[in-house]
Design a protein around this ligand. Structure first.
Ligand SMILES: CC(C)(COP(=O)(O)OP(=O)(O)OC[C@H]1O[C@@H](n2cnc3c(N)ncnc32)[C@H](O)[C@@H]1OP(=O)(O)O)[C@@H](O)C(=O)NCCC(=O)NCCS
Length: 176
């Protein structure tokens, strides 16, 4: 099957929310409660929220498609981080935040994640960015291994709130 990656359209908000609801729990540490995960999905990953993200000129969503199905997506946030601790930890400017990077479980270990990341790096280069940064849960070893293979290195730490829980993230960065 051929995978293509390109910008998502506003008509794809519902499909993206469906992919997000399946894939977000996979990034959470084992101790997370279902209530906190569901609260995050309702508040941050709903169909309506994806509609807002797709309408926001400060964000780009790249979708990986197999035929008509979205099998993974990446959300980028343009501009410098608003959190001063993160801004201080980063070494490259201008930067692009890789805010979300999620691939459907049936496609893990395949070409989708690498193709999405190639498109993320191409977008960063096209928009004149020197670096890309992201946060990854400290217990998410699969994602950390993927990002290390893609040239990311740790530059700091931060927290990430999921419902009633505060999770610990690493902040990673790579040059474009
Ligand atoms: C993160 C993600 C996009 C990476 O895509 P992927 O297709 O799984 O990535 P790859 O298979 O190329 O790389 C994962 C690596 O982790 C390894 N790995 C898998 N499970 C692991 C584990 N429990 N501990 C350590 N390494 C692990 C794999 O073997 C592979 O390394 P290798 O290529 O050296 O063998 C995908 O796994 C995903 O969507 N996960 C769920 C959501 C998520 O965690 N998103 C990231 C949020 S920051």
């Amino acid at each position: 099957m051929t995978i293509t990656v390109g910008p998502a359209g506003i008509w794809e908000a519902e499909q993206l929310a469906d992919v997000a609801a399946v894939t977000f729990p996979l990034a959470c540490p084992p101790g997370s409660t279902r209530e906190s995960i569901d609260a995050f999905i309702d508040e941050v990953l709903s169909h309506e929220r994806f509609g807002e993200y797709l309408d926001d000129p400060a964000r780009t969503i790249l979708a990986a498609r197999e035929d008509d199905s979205i099998v993974g997506y990446a959300m980028l946030i343009h501009g410098e981080p608003t959190d001063s601790a993160i801004a201080q930890a980063l070494t490259l400017s201008p930067t692009l935040e890789l805010s979300k990077m999620y691939v459907m479980p049936g496609h893990h270990g395949g070409a989708v994640s690498a193709e999405l990341m190639s498109s993320v790096i191409a977008l960063a280069a096209e928009t004149g960015c020197a670096g890309i940064w992201l946060g990854v849960n400290q217990e998410n070893l699969r994602a950390q291994r993927f990002y290390a293979k893609q040239g990311f290195a740790q530059v700091g730490t931060k927290t990430f709130t999921v419902g009633a829980e505060v999770h610990d993230d690493f902040v990673l960065e790579r040059a474009v």
